[in-house]
Design a protein around this ligand. Structure first.
Ligand code: ATP
Length: 524
């Protein structure tokens, strides 16, 4: 576990979506300019169209030409995801893409690392498609990941690990944070604050406990319905805000019980607290393409989207310089210039393992070139992830060997005592003791609930075993029956053969006798 702590490079992934009908409008000819060769994983080749390549102001220095003279620019990323052509063998739809990164992310989250997956790209390049998916057709990373996180939680019960999953969903719209898990009122803008240990966070967000996958999907749909979207010239359902889904995981690891029954869990040994931020950014956009000139509010949105993305760009630029090997001075990173970068501060350079997915259009040279260059810069950024493990103070929680009934009884009397003191109003010095007691009782309640699930899982496991044994017995029974039938059949077969042989032998004897007494003279 410790081996992975320390500096980790941000994982950079490029993804190209299929050519869409609206692409012809932007590129002029709708030709696919991006290639991701199957035999060279991670390589991305961008063709420089002739009109750009032959422009004396833009060619040579800026774009590397290939030996044949058709200009190309080559990039290498941690992963290149080819989603442009459904017929090619390296085509990746959402599920296949997720399978290539998801299991490792779930492992790391459960090991106690904070994680982040962020989708960046020009408007209409498939960020929302990648992160959320298209429901009933292709789930995106967020639903697929949530399902795996919950499945892992269930698998861990029998290892005495109680995992609690919760979610928040916030959008950053016009530089304001808005809680997507609550009904919005025009004045309900959440504030961003900084916690000394956890870093910046949005104050007062509603945290939804996620028990089942269906609960999660219902909450996600609810939030998506509240998210700010609008039709633009480039995307008929364009996200006008940055959206951040955070899944928080609290794991309590219990020791084995030294008691009598196997169904009991022991005391809580340690806690791992981690979270994963899933970020679907609003698209960078050009007014000319979005065709929103005459809509004041949309233009304001666009300006603020571009502003926050340009602060993100500056932060990334400076971070990549800070982590390069040049012994230059360390730059101050302007995280606070935008709510987006302020909230993602830890994920860009601090305690997080981060993945950035750069979505590109297959036909828009300018934007794709810009995005891929940006991705190239991110490759050198490092974060310093560490596992967030807390060893629990067992003096309150464990009380090994103590009889539970006795403990509960003594707690009851303590509560009575505190209640009476509270009634006397001279509580100041007892307040913190009461708080400790409340936390203890909460922990104890959590433990009892988990114990219940643990016992249920054990029973389910035994039930599975019984079912397995039953089906094994059925199999043996069927096998025995068929052997008996076969034996009976072969017995009746041999019985038949025996009868036939006896009959034949009798007939042969008769013939023999006949032959012995045969006198040819009599015939003549
Ligand atoms: N890999 C893909 N396969 C099939 N269709 C895709 C893919 N990626 C994107 N699309 C389609 O492209 C269109 C734009 O995608 P999407 O809305 O996800 O873009 P976006 O980057 O989130 O845009 P914006 O920044 O404007 O919100 C949608 O119709 C989507 O279904």
């Amino acid at each position: 576990m410790e081996g992975d702590d320390g500096n980790t490079k941000v994982k950079v992934i490029a993804r190209v979506r299929p050519i869409l009908t609206q692409d012809g409008i932007s590129s002029g000819d709708g030709e696919c300019l991006v290639k991701m060769p199957l035999e060279e994983p991670g390589k991305t080749i961008l063709t420089i169209p002739a009109h750009v390549n032959q422009n004396p102001y833009r060619a040579s220095a800026q774009y590397k030409k290939d030996p044949l003279g058709s200009g190309v620019k080559e990039y290498w990323f941690d992963q290149a995801v080819w989603s442009a052509d459904t017929n090619s063998s390296n085509y990746m739809e959402n599920q296949r893409f997720y399978r290539s990164i998801g299991p490792e992310i779930v492992d790391d989250l459960y090991r106690g690392f904070n994680m982040c997956i962020l989708a960046y790209g020009q408007t209409g390049t498939g960020k929302t498609f990648t992160m959320m998916g298209r429901e009933t057709q292709q789930d995106g990373i967020i639903p697929l990941l949530a399902r795996d996180i919950l499945d892992r939680r269930d698998q861990l019960i029998l290892q005495r690990i109680n995992s609690e999953v919760s979610m928040t969903y916030v959008e950053l719209y016009n530089e304001q944070a808005r809680d997507l898990m609550t009904e919005q009122h025009s004045d309900s803008k959440a504030r961003v604050r900084e916690h000394p240990v956890r870093g910046p966070y949005v104050e007062g967000l509603k945290e939804v406990q996620v028990n089942e996958y269906e609960d999660f999907m219902a909450a996600l749909r609810e939030g998506n319905a509240r998210r700010s979207t609008a039709a633009t010239g480039s995307n008929k359902n364009s996200s006008r805000s940055h959206a951040i889904v955070t899944l928080s995981l609290k794991q309590t690891r219990f020791g084995p019980s030294h008691g009598k029954t196997d169904g009991e869990i022991g005391y809580a040994k340690e806690q791992l607290i981690s979270n994963i931020k899933l970020v679907d950014l609003a698209g960078s956009e050009r007014m000319a393409k979005t065709k929103l000139y005459n809509q004041q509010s949309r233009m304001k949105e666009g300006t603020l989207i571009n502003q926050s993305l340009s602060v993100l760009g500056r932060c990334i630029n400076l971070l990549s310089q800070n982590t390069s090997n040049k012994p230059s001075k360390t730059h101050v990173i302007p995280y606070r210039e935008s709510v987006l970068t302020y909230l993602l501060k830890e994920n860009l350079a601090g305690n997080s393992k981060s993945y950035m997915i750069f979505c590109v259009s297959p036909t828009d040279f300018e934007e794709t070139h810009h995005t891929l260059n940006y991705a190239n810069q991110v490759k050198s950024i490092k974060t310093s992830a560490r596992t967030n493990v807390v060893q629990l103070d067992q003096t309150l929680v464990s009380e090994e060997g103590a009889q539970k009934d006795q403990l509960i009884e003594s707690l009851r009397s303590e509560i009575d005592l505190i209640s009476s003191k509270l009634a006397d109003t001279t509580l100041s010095s007892d307040q913190s003791y009461a708080d400790t007691l409340v936390s203890y009782l909460e922990a104890e309640l959590g433990k009892l609930k988990f114990e219940n699930r643990f016992v249920k899982s054990k029973l389910a496991q035994k039930d599975d075993l019984i079912q397995e044994l039953k089906s094994h017995m059925r199999y043996i029974e069927q096998d025995a029956n068929s052997s008996i039938e076969k034996a009976a059949a072969s017995f009746s077969k041999s019985h038949f053969t025996h009868t036939l042989m006896t009959k034949t032998q009798a007939e042969l004897t008769t013939i023999d006798r006949g032959l012995a007494t045969f006198d040819p003279g009599k015939i003549l």
